[in-house]
Design a protein around this ligand. Sequence first.
Ligand code: ADP
Ligand code: MG
Length: 238
Amino acid sequence: LQERMIRTEKMEIVSHLASSFTHEVRNPMTTVRGFLQLISGMDMEKEKLTNYISIAISEIDRAESIITEYLSFTKPTSGELHILEGEEVLHYSVEVIRPLANANCVDLYYKPSSFYLKGNKQRLQQAFINLFKNAIEAMPSGGSLSISVELKQKLVMITIADTGIGMTEEQLNHLGEPYFSSKGENGTGLGMTVVYNIVESVGGTIKVKSQIGQGTQFILTFPQRHINEFNQQNEEVV
Ligand code: ADP
Ligand code: MG
């Protein structure tokens, strides 16, 4: 009974987040719509018009960031869990982020290593992509992003290390709080909230080590699953 209650509570958190993000995307859309209506309905000075258009553009950008951070790789409530090939999940996430890394002169290091974990593929990919994106954004003049996997008996540890600007004690304390961002207009402050939510919903934990000017390490730990469970699950499907 207790286990079921915890599951229900978790689902409530997930669906609460989903509806709040839907709301967050809808807000900028409403603003844009309003401005377009204003523009079309009246004869206005060039300066005012330029101003309205620039607000509309930044609101569209904001909606786009929220979608990228939360909705692009997953349906908001898709939570079906499977035994997954961790290597495949990481490989996909690395390939999605590679163009952004290249554009920012960030070297990517990822040595594939076979492991299995339980989770939802799209949501886990979303979590890794959010972490990789933050790492790259922390290295405005380039650097390196290393992803490594270590197997420890019943656990799998995934370390994501950057050589970026690092975080203050204060930033570390607020990490994961919805809307906490040090990026002003360019940040949503939703990426890490999504990461914590996804990782914790599959029994994982997140440890963060960071030093100003040196870089940041995210250490994700998941319960390790066995290849037999993966094979068995796939036989059942056939
Ligand atoms: P956003 O990226 O939109 O600001 P996130 O929730 O993804 O929101 O991240 C919240 C904040 O955590 C960032 O604004 C930044 O201050 C800090 N942060 C996250 N990852 C890193 C990192 N790898 N290096 C430095 N700071 C980071
Ligand atoms: Mg982010």
